[in-house]
Design a protein around this ligand. Structure first.
Ligand SMILES: [Zn+2]
Length: 171
């Protein structure tokens, strides 16, 4: 999966959702438009913003920079829009990145995380992933299941729309 993103500070929650999908996604709380555009150009990232000004820049107008201007407030709707516009379907890569720092997660053996997760989690979960940067451990608990369900719904709804059918996603 080669596509990578940079999310503008006006659409911050979307960054976590894109990372959940497995996409390399940069996000800065406070970044000046010029720096954001420079970084996107240099690293070949798609810009997602709610700011129409960025889309009016010359590099965006001439096609050297891909800018998606989101009309939506809700990060799930924003994600659906991004998937639709780029024709993405990436269900296999879900939950391969740290939601906090964008690093690729590393699979861990159960014994390796014994002291890092709550005892009830250790008793009930078999599969673990860990972020090499912040050491956060991920497992497939109820929170994970809720996120997975939301992503599956989004993927299903956007692929239906990609096929030109009328869909009304229940999210
Ligand atoms: Zn991390």
């Amino acid at each position: 999966m080669d596509i990578a993103f940079i999310v503008d500070s006006n659409a911050g929650k979307l960054a976590r959702w894109l990372r959940m999908m497995g996409y390399d996604t940069l996000f800065f709380n406070d970044i000046e438009d010029g720096r954001l555009v420079d970084m996107a150009m240099k690293e070949g990232r798609v810009v997602v913003t709610r700011d129409t000004q960025i889309a009016k820049r010359r590099v965006a107008a001439n096609g050297s920079l891909r800018v998606i201007v989101s009309r939506e407030d809700d990060p799930k709707q924003q994600l659906m829009q991004v998937m639709r516009e780029l024709n993405l379907d990436c269900r296999e890569t879900q939950f391969t990145r740290c939601l906090e720092c964008n690093q690729r997660l590393i699979p861990r053996e159960k014994d390796e995380v014994r002291d890092l997760v709550p005892p009830y989690v250790f008793r009930t979960q078999k599969q673990y992933m860990q972020c090499p940067s912040c050491s956060r451990v991920y497992w497939q608990g109820t929170h994970w299941q809720r996120m997975k369900k939301a992503l599956d719904d989004i993927a299903a709804a956007s692929s239906e729309r990609n096929q030109g059918e009328k869909a009304s996603p229940a999210i």
